[in-house]
Design a protein around this ligand. Sequence first.
Ligand code: RP5
Length: 174
Amino acid sequence: MTVAGEPTPSRAAQEGEPELMLEPAAPLAETAAELEEIDVDAPQVAILMGSKSDMEAMEKAERELSERGISSETRVMSAHREPDIVADYARNAKLRGIKVIIAGAGLSAALPGVVAAHTELPVIGVPLTSRTSVAGGLDALLSIAQMPPGVPVACVGVDNARNAAVLAARILSP
Ligand code: RP5
C-alpha cells in the first residue's frame, strides 16, 4: 500500500525480493589515476621490413611519423624466412592498438601481402631496391601491387617509405 507523501517502494520491495545494491561510482581521483595508467605512447603505426638491409630505406618512414608526432614501432621480419613470426605479429597487431601497418620488402616482396592476409588493418607496402633487384625494383613493385581481389595492399613508389608514412598519417587523421 502506498501512503500519500511517502516514496513509492520499489517493485522488489513490494514483492518481498532483496533490493539490488549498486556499487557506488568510483571517485574522480581513482578514475583519473586509472586513465593515467593507459599507455598513451603505444605505437599507432607498425613499420615492418623483410631484412636488416632494408633499414636505411625504411628509416625514412619512422622519421616522417616521428616529425608528425605519430608513435611507431619498427620490426624486421621476413615473410619467407620467418613466416610464423610474421603471421603472429599481423594477427595480434590490431589487439595491441596498431592502426596502420607499413611493410617494406625487396625482390619477391611477399611481406606486405602476407601481413594483409592475417589482419584487417590497412597495410601500405613499400617496394624496395636491393643488391640483386631486377629492373630497379620493378620485381618488388609488382609483387606488392598485384594482390588478389579482396586482400588489398596500398603500394607507394619504389624506395618511397616517406610516402608510406604520409599516407599512414592521412589514414589516421579523422
Ligand atoms: C627481401 O629480400 C628483403 O626485404 C630484402 O629487400 C631482400 C634482400 O634481403 P637480404 O638478403 O639482404 O636479407 O626479402
